[in-house]
Design a protein around this ligand. Structure first.
Ligand SMILES: C[S@@+](CC[C@H](N)C(=O)[O-])C[C@H]1O[C@@H](n2cnc3c(N)ncnc32)[C@H](O)[C@@H]1O
Length: 251
């Protein structure tokens, strides 16, 4: 029997946001190669709900020394198991193709002659703001949104920095570079009063919402010891959140 790889988006960490296609792939898998963020929580919730998955789970989110398994090793692991005839699910947080290196893994496997399917997932970029009551677009408030990685650094004078008030900016992986991002966006035309929300650990035990402005958010985040993982939303849509009524609301 020839093996296969299915890239499955686990969503943000709530089993209710795993797709039916994702669940079916997990149930059919011989091997599940799981990330830490999002994926592990979904597997644990499925087990707690009595959903039996027969596949061997390989956790590539961390090793005993707490280091993530390098991408090359993950790629090789997928090819090795699929080449041995196993049905492999690569379970990734959110959506595999949104800052998830999903296409890299797909290309690596296909180059090795492995058939790869993709089951998209619910990205944290949309779902984590939603749990805080923040829509990314809203009639009369925002018509456009950009999802960007703070790793890629917002360029002063660049397209995202210059975008106007009806443009929501969503930052992933942005906690450590929050000060830089807030400065670039404030000086790019939105001004220091533009609302900002940080949603930490969406759908997790430590979910918490911090609301401020581009002018205040860096200090607020430091005072509240905001930590990754978090989704940062910049724009007037933040005012629509119920948390915006009490500016540093915490859940
Ligand atoms: C490497 S990116 C992966 C994104 C993923 N592919 C997706 O579509 O959601 C990791 C970043 O996603 C965000 N993230 C993912 N899950 C999250 C969650 N449950 N709560 C808050 N942020 C989350 C954080 O910004 C984190 O640093």
């Amino acid at each position: 029997m020839s093996g296969s790889v299915t890239l499955v988006g686990a969503g943000p960490g709530d089993a209710g946001l795993l797709t039916l296609g994702g669940l079916r792939a997990l149930q059919a898998a011989d091997v599940i190669v799981a990330d830490r963020l999002g994926a592990r929580a979904v597997l644990e919730q499925l087990a707690a709900d009595g959903v039996e998955l027969g596949g061997e789970v390989i956790d590539v989110g961390k090793l005993p020394g707490h280091h993530q398994v390098p991408q090359d090793e993950i790629n090789d692991l997928l090819v090795r198991h699929a080449s041995a005839g196993r049905r492999v699910v690569r379970l990734k947080g959110g959506d595999p193709f949104v800052f998830g290196r999903g296409r890299e893994e797909q290309i690596h496997c296909e180059t090795a002659g492995i058939v790869v399917d993709v089951v998209p997932g619910v990205t944290s970029a949309v779902s984590v703001p939603a749990i805080a009551g923040i829509p990314l677009t809203h009639r009369g408030v925002a018509t456009t949104f950009t999802v960007t990685s703070a790793h890629d650094q917002l360029e002063p004078g660049g397209a995202v920095a210059r975008a106007g008030g009806e443009h929501t900016v969503v930052l992933l992986m942005g906690v450590n570079t929050l000060g830089h991002s807030a400065h670039v966006l404030a000086s790019g035309g939105r001004g220091a009063d533009c609302p900002v929300a940080i949603v930490e650990d969406g759908y997790g035990e430590n979910q918490r919402v911090t609301i401020g402005t581009l002018g205040t958010i860096t200090q607020l985040a430091a005072a509240r010891r905001v930590r990754s993982p978090a989704v940062i939303v910049v724009g007037d849509v933040v005012r629509l959140s119920p948390h915006a009524a009490s500016p540093t609301a915490s859940d």
